[in-house]
Design a protein around this ligand. Structure first.
Ligand SMILES: [Fe+2]
Length: 430
């Protein structure tokens, strides 16, 4: 039992809560039960949102058939950008706002699920999108009540978005990445089917797997929820609470699975054992970070993804430069964990020993960095930001973009200063 969770000072938070979809189904073939689940929710006319890559797939046909077979009318929206932007979400909303929809189904990766969450929010409670966007960029307003039912079928095994109440989007005019986070946008049902991931190309598998790894490590090492001040009103309790005894269990299990299976799934997409456990890792890390939160590497990833101008990674050839979320998180993570390990030696020791069982207590900062960079090299992922086109000239903007993510930084095991972030970025640029 960790004593950090037993603080009872009268001013520290003493309660955490976990909110999940009403139903999570996991296993080979789970996606084919979408018609059954939609019928159970009483749906008659749904919007099926699908990523472009999947639009012509058998999986899409199967999902559509499963719905239609239960006499559910299906409208299809098939233009979803990877790393969604506000303008595209609004264009899609204009396209669907006059349809008579009583539910949403998302089939795709985190971008598709996030886009669907945003569409459901705007469709059910029309408002200026910025009203819902997190402060300080937007107003962080909550909708007045429940949204339409939403079924999420993840197909990449990365974001865990099918169980969380957050979505990430780019605000094009401001050139920044931010999000919406409120309990209402969480999907009602998650159908998690490892078979959907066998067509995911290697670089996408690597990136999403690294995202899972960071969700797990960051939520495991986040400041404990008891370090936050007690709330006056239960409604004020933040979605991201800080680490909890439950997020620790989910985090450790997810790290073990990713380290055991990610290289296998990248080498052989049809390795069903690897796909099964990576999908499981993604879901349980999602449940862990979905209530505990992430911290510094995710905060650093926001400006990296928002500012990348010259990188077109393999398997992501969409005609625009992109730093896929998992990669944008993984490169700074190696350097950030090296820095942070000194400030929570015990938990970083536990994490590092999963990478290298021979690690000694005093070597943790060095070993976590080296092991993490080795993993990136093995997956053929860049180990510096220089390889993505960044230089020291970008330093100030990268640091400022990170410092703006105070919601995430507040969970870092050390309260990082601008100078700390600058030091970590200097190393990460390389
Ligand atoms: Fe993430």
């Amino acid at each position: 039992m960790q004593s950090i969770y037993l603080l009872n000072t009268g001013i520290n938070e003493t309660i955490f809560s976990i909110n999940l979809p009403k139903n999570i189904k996991f296993g080979f073939g789970a996606s084919k039960e979408v018609g059954f689940e939609a019928k159970k929710l009483g749906l008659k006319e749904v919007l099926l949102v699908v990523g472009e890559r999947l639009y012509n797939s058998k999986l899409f046909e199967d999902v559509k058939y499963s719905l239609e077979n239960k006499d559910i009318k299906v409208h299809v929206l098939n233009r979803v950008r990877i790393e969604p932007e506000d303008e595209e979400i609004l264009n899609s909303y204009r396209e669907i706002k006059n349809l008579r929809i009583d539910g949403f189904v998302a089939l795709g990766g985190g971008s598709t699920i996030d886009t669907t969450k945003a569409l459901n929010l705007l469709y059910t409670y029309p408002s200026d999108l910025m009203d819902y966007v997190n402060k300080p960029v937007g107003k962080s307003l909550h909708p007045p009540g429940d949204l339409k039912p939403m079924i999420a079928i993840p197909t990449t095994g990365g974001t865990g978005s099918e169980t969380t109440s957050v979505l990430v989007l780019d605000i094009k005019k401001l050139k920044i990445k931010t999000g919406i986070s409120n309990p209402y946008i969480r999907p009602t049902v998650a159908l998690i089917d490892p078979l959907t991931t066998v067509t995911v190309p290697p670089m996408v598998t690597a990136s999403t797997g690294l995202d899972v790894l960071n969700h797990a490590i960051e939520s495991y090492t986040a400041k404990p929820y008891t370090a936050k001040p007690m709330v006056n009103n239960p409604e004020e309790r933040p979605v991201y609470a800080g680490s909890t005894p439950l997020s620790e269990i989910f985090g450790i299990a997810a790290i073990e699975y990713v380290l055991r299976y990610l290289k296998r799934a990248v080498a052989n997409p049809y390795d069903l054992e690897a796909r099964y456990y990576l999908m499981l890792a993604s879901s349980i890390a999602g449940i862990g970070f979905g209530h505990a939160g992430t911290h510094l590497p995710h905060a650093m990833a926001y400006p990296i993804a928002g500012m990348v101008e010259r990188w077109y990674p393999e398997d992501y050839e969409f005609g625009y430069p992109i730093a896929p979320h998992g990669i944008a998180t993984a490169i700074p993570a190696a350097y950030a964990f090296n820095f942070l390990a000194l400030y929570d030696e015990e938990r970083f020791y536990n994490v590092t020993s999963l990478f290298d069982s021979n690690v000694n207590f005093g070597e943790v900062p060095e070993v976590i960095k080296e092991s993490y960079l080795n993993l990136l090299e093995n997956l053929r992922i860049p180990t510096t930001l220089k390889e993505l086109g960044f230089s020291k000239e970008n330093l100030e903007a990268l640091v400022n973009g990170t410092m703006a993510q105070q919601r995430l930084l507040s969970l870092s095991p050390k309260n990082v200063t601008k100078k700390d972030v600058e030091k970590i970025f200097l190393e990460a640029i390389g």
